[in-house]
Design a protein around this ligand. Structure first.
Ligand code: HAM
Length: 417
């Protein structure tokens, strides 16, 4: 049998990379807590219908990318390809609407899409997302974008651009769809196969085609901005005013269409020039119809999700790996010393020191080598002689200085150093 390997499009995250993940998770929690967002955890699999209705039958995600299976009770289930639909379902099911006011929620976790894996694109990937439910106010859109931007800045990332568009309301899009069909139909033979297929199913998505010839044709396609109702125009102008007031720079991109069908009005992406083809770090927008379409009340909402694999790629470019910091490394030899070593490790941990205990039983010099590899401040050395005297030796690794100290005084002594 060939050796077992991780499945294509999935990967193990091990040290030192894991320290970048921990760093961004801690920063995310801080930023979101400051903005009074509450964490929500929804299931990793849900009824397939939630995603087909929520994200849209005509999208690539629903059409080609979902991990769908029947369980033993013959229910069709799907591993979540994104977080918004699950949050919307939970909002409806748990009656969060009845609580009134605005719900600001965040989540972090694994998502699954059957895509062709490449740098920054995986089949199991991770998103940090926020959903703000219950407000049609342009401040909700601008605040959400500001928080994404705060988070990325707090991580030290630069070279980021906010692409901003309005995809209009469902009503605005009826006329725009027709205008696109009228525009693209004469070019039908020049369009790539996917775009030809989209012409009837989802003409807006043609604007997102990566095919060169199709892109050329798109150059002169009608702009959504010419089809916005007065209300949608006003909302879009307000979002821009608020972003300018916050000094968040953005560029208008009337061709920005997102890969999910639930968007209305504001749509945005944050792109990084330091990533390759998969340059979108964050994608989001307003989705005023989704809750109602899934059977809930008429609740406007806005949100975004950041792809964490892409963030980690960016963090690795700008900073050396953060380290696990060990304060003290305990080395011991001899039966009595080894028994006492565990109790001492526990005492130091309870006192708040990061403490690693060597349990290899190898010679002192080998254990001390590991203490310095761990970059501990000091090695705490325990041998038969120390046990007999109820002491330990502290070897400060930066200087090589060594001192004996009574076990009873160890914590106070280490705290004063
Ligand atoms: P999305 O644009 O499909 O939006 O995904 C958001 C981000 O997730 C992308 O910009 C990218 O960074 C990351 N991402 C997507 N697919 C992959 C993949 N296969 N591998 C690695 N990273 C990936 C959504 O998912 C919406 N739910 C966002 C949203 C929330 N809109 C409103 N609320």
């Amino acid at each position: 049998m060939s050796s077992l390997q991780v499945t294509r499009g999935t990967r193990d995250i091990t040290a030192p990379e894991i320290y970048y993940w921990q760093q961004l998770e801690t920063t995310a929690r801080q930023i979101l807590q400051q903005a009074a967002y509450t964490e929500i955890r929804t299931p990793i699999f849900e009824a397939t219908e939630l995603f087909s209705r929520g994200i849209g039958e005509a999208t690539d995600i629903v059409g080609k990318e979902m991990y769908t299976f029947n369980d033993r009770g013959d229910r069709s289930l799907t591993l979540r390809p994104e977080g918004t639909a699950g949050v919307a379902r939970s909002y409806i099911e748990n009656g969060l609407f009845a609580q009134g006011g605005v719900q600001r929620l965040w989540y972090m976790g694994a998502m699954f899409r059957y895509e062709r894996p490449q740098a920054g694109r995986q089949r199991q990937f991770h998103q940090l997302g926020v959903e703000v439910l219950g407000s049609a106010d342009a401040r909700a859109d601008a605040e959400a974008i500001a928080i994404a931007s705060d988070f990325l800045q707090a991580l030290g990332l630069t070279d980021l651009v906010v692409d901003l568009n309005s995809v209009g309301s469902a009503e605005d899009r009826v006329n725009y769809r027709q205008a696109l069909v009228d525009y693209f139909t004469p070019f039908i033979d020049d369009l790539d196969a996917d775009s030809r297929d989209r012409l009837t199913r989802n003409p807006l998505r043609i604007l997102d085609s990566k095919d060169k010839r199709t892109q050329e044709i798109c150059q002169d396609a009608p702009s959504i901005l010419d089809y916005l109702s007065t209300d949608s125009q006003e909302h879009f102008a307000k979002v821009q005013l608020l972003l300018s007031d916050l000094q968040i720079s953005y560029r208008l991109n009337p061709r920005l269409v997102r890969g999910l069908d639930y968007y209305t009005r504001t749509a945005f992406e944050i792109q990084s020039t330091a990533l390759g083809a998969q340059s979108a770090v964050c994608g989001g927008g307003r989705y005023d119809r989704l809750i109602a379409e899934l059977g809930g009340a008429d609740v406007p909402a806005v949100g975004w999700a950041i792809g964490l694999e892409r963030l980690v790629i960016l963090l690795q470019q700008i900073a050396t790996a953060p380290k696990a910091n060990v304060d003290f490394y305990i080395v011991s030899r001899g039966e009595a010393a080894e028994i006492k070593s565990l109790a001492i490790a526990q005492i130091l941990r309870k006192a708040g020191f990061v403490t690693e205990l060597d349990i290899t039983g190898s010679k002192f010099d080998k254990q001390l080598k590991r203490a310095s590899n761990a970059e501990a401040k000091a090695a705490i050395i325990i041998g038969d002689a120390e046990i007999a005297a109820a002491q330990v030796q502290i070897k400060w690794l930066a200087t090589g200085d060594q001192e004996a100290i009574a076990i009873a005084d160890l914590v106070t002594h280490l705290q004063s150093n």
